[in-house]
Structures are given as C-alpha cells and as structure tokens.
Design a protein around this ligand. Structure first.
Ligand SMILES: [Zn+2]
Length: 283
C-alpha cells in the first residue's frame, strides 16, 4: 500500500511514459480509499460528496433524490479545460454494489484537480455515484428496488430522469459507464459496432499486458460488440445504449470481475478510462 501522492505520480508516469508494470502485484491504489470499499456502514454518500468538494473543482448537484425521509444529492463534477468542446461523460455507481467504478471515477476527478496538465485539451462531466442509496448499503438496486441500468426506456427512476436531462444538455462526445461483474473471471468492455473493429480489442490487449490481468475468457478479445440487430431489439436499454440513441458517438461499458482485489479492479477502470480519454478526445 502506498500513499496517494505516490499513486498519482505512478499513474502520471504510466500515462505519459507507458511504464506501467506488466506484473499485477505492481497494481497500486491509494491507502486512503479504504473507507470506500469496507463494510457498507462505513460508506456515506455525504462523505463522498465532501471529498469531491475538497478537490475545489466545480461540484454541483444534478438534483435531489427523495426516498421517504431521506434525501440524497446526485453530485456532478464538470471539468472544463477548453472552450466549446463537448465533454467526455463518465458515470459510475449505477449499481450500488459495484464499488470499483465509483472509486476509479473519484480517483480520476482527484487527479484532474491535482494535475492541471492532465488532459489539458479535454473537458469532462463526471457523475461518480448514480445510486447513492444502493452504494451506502452495498445494494445493486435503488431505494425503490429498481435496476437503474434497465430503466432508461421504461417509466424511469429519479436517477434516470436526472441523467436524461443531463444528456440532453451536455452533448457528450464519449460516454463511459463503469460496472462490475460477478460471473466473469476477467475484465471486458461492451460497445457498439465501431468504425474500426480492431480499436477496442487492441486496447484491451494493451491494458491486459500492461496490468498483467487477463480479459474475460468468455468474451472473445475482451470486447462484447453489440450488433445493430441486438441494439434495435433490446427492450431494456442501458445508459450507454440510451446515450447512443441520443446521438453520443462513442459509448462504452467497462466491466471488472468482482473476484479480483479492489486494487486491481480500480486499476483496470482507471487504465481503460485513461486509454479511452487519450484515444477518443476530439474525435
Ligand atoms: Zn453493473
């Protein structure tokens, strides 16, 4: 375990110089993340919001989620490096029991705050915790027992209503939704039929080699390519499919295997995010 300052230096070097170790034992995450993946009573959405505000980046609320007596803010962080540039939009914590995505999104936010030269020509809109009620309890669904990820074409939830309003305003150039998987042994990406069919498989190959972590064996090349036919016939579209339907040109779901350590899962999410940001900015 190392301190957060060392981690940032490590990630920065990995990004700029491509020096990430090929050994999984080298995967490092900051020691002060412990509260965010311990037993559910330790996780408080208000504490996470406070942590976001401490970055001094512009943190606002997409709205208030009302669950009987409890009210939760839905925080959004907007990082604007350049004028008139559509942002890369990153969402995490749609499923409250998938902790690594939220940890990775917050680590990216903190790095963007501490490293002004990190992605200097890219704007970001980040919603690191879509389902705060579920996240506090380690529960996949929201307070109403609904799977937020399956509600984007249905009657919706408070969370999906706020996200849809956000997507209508922001015109994201890329959307990434961070998830975890309890079935597969390795990580994988889900995306839609791309112009370049080699782009995502090559990226997965690079990340697997760099981190020393294999992609999911059950998913060829670690990429689940949703076909046009599947896209058209899916009755329960996810956030990423909804965004595609709204005209977002590039959308991805990242899935990390829950059987790995939290450090490894966060490292995978960060590495994929860093690759996607580097490769897809301004395209
Ligand atoms: Zn999920």
């Amino acid at each position: 375990m190392v301190g957060s300052a060392n981690y940032i230096v490590y990630m920065f070097l990995a990004l700029v110089l491509g020096l990430t170790s090929a050994c999984s034992s080298q995967v490092q995450t900051p020691s002060d993340w412990a509260d965010f993946w311990q037993a559910a009573p330790q996780r408080k959405a208000a504490t996470l919001s406070q942590r976001l505000k401490m970055t001094l980046l512009p943190v606002s609320s997409l709205g208030k989620l009302h669950y009987q007596q409890q009210v939760y803010d839905l925080p959004v962080v907007r990082v604007r490096r350049v004028a008139k540039q559509a942002p890369i939009c990153i969402f995490a914590g749609v499923h409250g029991n998938e902790l690594a995505g939220t940890a990775a999104a917050v680590s990216l936010i903190e790095d963007l705050a501490k490293l002004p030269r990190l992605y200097p020509k890219t704007n970001f809109t980040l919603v690191p915790l879509v389902n705060p009620w579920g996240w506090e309890r380690g529960f996949r669904y929201n307070f109403e027992g609904k799977d937020i990820a399956r509600q984007f074409a249905l009657s919706g939830t408070q969370e999906t209503d706020f996200i849809k309003a956000l997507l209508a305003r922001e015109h994201c150039q890329v959307l990434v939704d961070l998830h975890e998987d309890s079935q597969h042994s390795g990580f994988y990406l889900l995306t839609y039929e791309p112009a370049d069919p080699h782009f995502t498989p090559n990226m997965v190959k690079r990340i697997a080699k760099a981190l020393g972590i294999a992609p999911a064996e059950q998913v060829p090349q670690g990429v689940y390519q949703v076909s046009a036919q599947e896209f058209a016939s899916n009755p329960r579209p996810t956030l990423s499919q909804y965004a595609r339907e709204q005209g977002v040109p590039h959308t991805y779901i990242i899935e990390t295997p829950m059987r790995l350590s939290m450090q490894e899962r966060v490292a995978i999410h960060r590495r994929v995010l860093d690759e996607l940001i580097t490769q897809l900015s301004h395209k």
